[in-house]
Design a protein around this ligand. Structure first.
Ligand code: SF4
Length: 229
């Protein structure tokens, strides 16, 4: 079968499942698996970007303005992960821009880091969900392997999930943010901390002190002053 026809059928069935539930069994076609396996494991983020930036593996690819791969130091010790691009990110193709992004830059500067030095920033999903809704499980299933490839290339010492949705998506555990904070979790065998999303700080300044406490802890871990085992 023509691989494009197989891909379109798969997308149609996936969307139908989202509407009608799991009673409809959807199996990835061999054409899709073969298409994925055509790409050898990338040796750099640039190579990986060129392999996936036209991705249409889920419905979000058909609606995006720009694919939002990630930005920052390819050898970063700190990887910041949000849930998905918002409207500004979709327009500009860069994660964490706009007011929340500027606030994040200020927080990073306070611990002597910036987007080009020691930090890489990306999202679990590379395309914007409509109306900034939470990612669907089927979208995460399709897109999370890209994040895992990025992690294998960057090899960060520490991952920080920004916000409850990013935290629960990575940890596969739907609990309030407070229950995820101030703990060391692991993702892909790398220590992971969950803190507030910078957009939450813009909505509620009461979240700023605990966020600052988290970033001081993050700095201490990165500087080797706090041993996390
Ligand atoms: S969200 Fe991820 S899986 Fe879906 S189309 Fe975009 S890059 Fe592909």
């Amino acid at each position: 079968m023509d691989p494009n026809i197989a891909v379109n059928i798969y997308h149609f069935l996936s969307q139908t499942r989202e509407l009608f539930g799991d009673e409809l069994f959807v199996q990835k076609s061999n054409a899709i698996e073969n298409r994925s396996s055509d790409n050898k494991f990338p040796e750099s983020l640039e190579e990986f970007y060129s392999q996936i930036n036209n991705c249409l593996n889920c419905q979000l690819g058909y609606k995006r303005t720009k694919f939002v791969f990630g930005v920052g130091d390819p050898n970063a010790d700190l990887l910041l992960v949000g849930e998905a691009p918002g409207v500004d990110e979709d327009r500009l193709g860069e994660p964490f821009v706009g007011r929340a992004g500027k606030l994040l830059d200020k927080i990073l500067a306070a611990i002597h880091l910036n987007r080009n030095k020691g930090v890489y920033i990306c999202n679990v999903l590379k395309c914007r969900p409509p109306n900034n809704r939470d990612p669907l499980p089927s979208e995460v299933d399709q897109c999370e392997p890209y994040l895992q490839h990025q992690i294998r290339l960057i090899k960060p010492k520490l991952i920080v999930a920004l916000g409850r949705v990013a935290g629960k998506t990575l940890l596969k555990h739907d609990v309030p943010l407070k229950a995820m904070r101030e703990k060391i979790h692991y993702y892909e065998n790398i220590p992971l901390i969950v803190t507030y999303h910078p957009a939450a700080l813009l909505r509620n300044s009461g979240f700023k002190p605990p966020t600052w406490k988290d970033f001081q802890w993050i700095q201490s871990i990165l500087d080797g002053k706090t041993n996390i085992g």
